[in-house]
Design a protein around this ligand. Structure first.
Ligand code: HEC
Ligand code: HEC
Length: 314
């Protein structure tokens, strides 16, 4: 009896460890490879910075600083946007200078203040790395290259789509999914406060470039889309950002100048109070909105209903 028992334990151990081996040898998928790369500081010159250093999962793949730290503690020139809900975007970056996720991946790697390493060097690194050599072979049948690095990370980013926010449940017919205050905020967003004129479509961006008045050529000097097109009408225009999960991605705007959603709403209520001599501000924002304190709060409550329930600790 005793021997049978020992035999059972031994065979169970062999059985379990056989599974473990099989598990570690399970072929990696394209999105798993992309995820591993996204979180791996191997993509920066001194191996300290990964994509996730600035695009942090707990803040909807943005971070909490006005400007983020890259290699050697250098600061980015603009605020880090969320890397979620980017699958459908025809333009990336605040000035829309890149059109595809695959191409976008290579920019932060080569950017001297972000990851600071030549693409050629990073690819050589991946080709020498035993894990990546094998993983790229498994997924693509080829050794690591710039093209495949872009493909892998882009495929991971495409998994970061978030629906399932209270506002989606509300629109789907569950009238108890958002508060009465948020409902009033939604009406303001759609109508009196004009937000919907620019923030529309399911992700609350029409992927257009607009000027909300954060350029004056003096202390606010980033002229946005103009840097790319050199057309005068583009001075001070920035990509309308999507607003999904916006409650998690403070601070706000291309320069991170507003710390809270309350400040953002104050700004839209009366832009002149913040930036008196703005150049080229959109006509929609020419008159103060004259919102009451309650209305401002209602708008903020509405913006909070855009956070995916998956991202809120339940
Ligand atoms: C040091 C901080 C930092 C690192 C590291 C970083 N990013 Fe970013 N990311 C930014 C900033 C800042 C912007 C906006 C820059 C601009 O618009 O000029 C941005 C923009 C983006 C965007 C565009 C989002 C949109 O809506 O337009 C994507 C996608 C993105 N990054 C993905 C990545 C990936 C993938 C990596 C790693 C290969 C990465 N980032 C590494 C700071 C960083
Ligand atoms: C004329 C078009 C336009 C209108 C109207 C508009 N927005 Fe925006 N919104 C933008 C643009 C463009 C940006 C980015 C500006 C920048 O960074 O310089 C932005 C940025 C934001 C941000 C910051 C997002 C982030 O990730 O940093 C929030 C929040 C926001 N808008 C909410 C609203 C609300 C609420 C209203 C209505 C009260 C509104 N917007 C009206 C175009 C508009």
């Amino acid at each position: 009896m005793k021997y049978i028992f020992i035999f059972m334990i031994v065979s169970a151990t062999i059985f379990i460890s056989a599974f473990r081996v099989a598990d570690s040898e399970k072929p990696i998928s394209e999105t798993e490879l992309g995820k591993k790369l996204f979180f791996d500081p191997i993509l920066s010159s001194d191996k300290t910075i990964s994509c996730a250093s600035c695009h942090k999962p707990e803040f909807a793949f943005a971070d909490t600083m006005a400007f983020s730290k890259g290699v050697g503690g250098q600061l980015t020139a603009r605020n880090t946007p969320s890397a979620m809900n980017v699958a459908g975007r025809p333009y990336l970056f605040w000035d829309g200078r890149v059109a595809t996720l695959e191409e976008q991946v290579l920019h932060p790697i080569a950017n001297p203040v972000e990851m600071g390493i030549g693409i050629h060097d990073v690819i050589k690194r991946l080709q020498k790395n035993t894990f990546y050599k094998k993983a790229f072979k498994q997924v693509y049948g080829k050794k690591p290259s710039a093209l495949l690095l872009g493909k892998a990370i882009a495929s991971f980013e495409r998994t970061l789509e978030t629906g399932g926010a209270p506002i989606d449940l509300f629109i789907g017919g569950d009238s108890s999914a958002i508060s009465i205050s948020a409902m009033r905020g939604r009406d303001l967003f759609l109508d009196k406060a004009h937000c919907f004129d620019c923030h529309f479509t399911p992700d609350f961006t029409a992927d257009e470039f607009r000027n909300i008045g954060l350029f004056n050529g003096f202390d606010l000097r980033d002229s946005g889309r103009y840097n790319i097109t050199h057309k005068t009408e583009d001075i001070g225009k920035f990509k309308v950002p999507g607003l999904r999960n916006v409650a998690l991605t403070a601070p706000y705007m291309h320069n991170g100048m507003f710390r809270t959603l309350e400040e953002v709403v104050e700004y839209y209520n009366n832009p002149d109070a913040f930036v008196p001599a703005a150049i080229g501000r959109d006509g929609i924002l020419s008159e103060p909105l004259l919102l009451s304190a309650q209305e401002k709060q209602d708008l903020v409550e509405f913006l909070k209903t855009l956070t995916s329930l998956k991202l809120v600790p339940q």
